[in-house]
Design a binder for this molecule. Structure first.
Ligand code: TXA
Ligand code: MG
Length: 345
């Protein structure tokens, strides 16, 4: 299949036509690039799973560009949902509602709920408005790999497999949206993201975190967001998080690098601007500055992919603080490491 490339500064009518005809279009969003199809066209949505190699029980988020597009997709909008929509839409927040009959089961992975997001990025808004369709869109990467935060990575994974890629700039947030279940009495975070726990708590007073978050799932444990049970965000390299006091972590990582190199492996380190000069390894990248964790969120997936470009075998990384956007950063990093930690002491 030939993949058409369109700049996001162009008219998006051609991309909208492709969606109308049941095709697949990758688009920038403010979180990560998304792979879009008409959410109400079962065949089109099936092709998303094929292009990504995604397990079919992992449901998709439906994207809207106007609040009037929500009503037909859901059976109920709870007061919690209403409050969250007022505060954080458009933006990096996805809400889970009871699904109406028009939402195909292939979108919801067979669940009776549907996840909906109103993104703030003007390109995807324009695409939704021009096509006049709600768009089902997972991240535009091969399933399992770190999500794409720029055009080049979308092209790398999906060129030749989808109809069109809209080329825009780098994603502003760099981690996917916060997914929140609004069907329970208390709002529950199913996946941390750009709208942080602290922001939600300030608005709602009371917020829960899905108990399946923050650890490797146990045998038989069923997370509410099916996506959380799959290996995710993982480069080919093995990622290992080193925790503890900063000085000790740096010394430990340098020791682990030497050990790995002695075994003939190519070793990478994921550092910060502040610690970059303190490491010795084959490949060292800074993921951002500790003074501003939003830079770490914005660079995380791209940096993880860069170790694969360099054919690194093992990446040792610092652990980051878990407050604010750090909650999403550490969630993605823990998953990319398969919850492999080493304690430095
Ligand atoms: O920022 C984002 O959310 C990006 C951009 C493209 O919008 N999209 C994205 O989609 O990250 P995806 O498919 O990579 O992740 C969707 C997550 C998965 O963890 C999935 O299990 C969860 O949302 N999800 C979708 N529908 C759900 C539902 N009905 N109930 C619970 N979780 C759901
Ligand atoms: Mg994804």
């Amino acid at each position: 299949m030939e993949t058409i490339i369109i700049s996001n500064t162009n008219d998006l009518q051609q991309a909208a036509d492709i969606l109308q005809e049941g095709g697949l279009v990758a688009s920038p969003t403010e979180t990560v690039y998304g792979l879009c199809a008409n959410a109400l066209n079962e065949e089109a949505v099936k092709n998303i799973y094929k292009a990504k190699g995604r397990p079919s029980d992992n449901p998709l988020i439906v994207h809207i560009a106007d609040l009037s597009m929500l009503q037909p997709l859901v059976t109920e909008i709870s007061p919690i949902a209403k409050t969250l929509m007022d505060h954080f839409w458009p933006g990096p927040m996805t809400l889970v509602f009871k699904a109406s009959k028009i939402v195909p089961k292939v979108v919801t992975g067979g669940l009776d709920t549907v996840a909906v997001r109103f993104p703030s990025d003007p390109t995807i808004q324009n695409l939704i408005k021009t096509s006049k369709l709600p768009l089902a869109a997972p991240s535009a990467n091969t399933s399992g790999k770190p999500s794409p935060t720029n055009f080049t990575r979308v092209y790398e994974d999906l060129n030749g497999k989808i109809d069109c890629i809209i080329q825009g700039g780098n994603s502003a947030f760099g981690v996917e949206s916060t997914v929140i279940d609004t069907t329970s009495e208390i709002a529950t975070i199913l996946r941390p993201g750009g709208v942080t726990f602290e922001m939600l708590e300030e608005v709602l007073g009371n917020v829960m975190i899905d108990p399946a978050l923050g650890h490797k799932l146990k045998e038989g444990e069923v997370p509410k967001a099916p996506g959380m049970k799959y290996t995710h965000y993982a480069p080919n390299a093995e990622v290992i998080i080193v925790k503890g006091e900063k000085d000790k972590v740096i010394a430990k990582i340098n020791e682990l690098v030497r050990e790995g190199q002695n075994l003939g492996k190519k070793i990478g380190v994921m550092a910060t601007d502040e610690t970059l000069s303190l490491f010795n390894a084959d490949t060292i990248f800074s993921v951002g500055t500790e003074k501003n964790p939003t830079t770490i969120a914005a660079n995380l997936f791209e940096v993880l992919r860069k170790y694969d470009d360099e054919k690194v075998d093992i990446v040792y990384t610092l652990a980051f603080q878990t407050t604010g956007i750090g909650g999403a950063i550490m969630n993605r990093l823990e998953k990319s490491a398969g919850y492999h930690f080493i304690e430095a002491y």
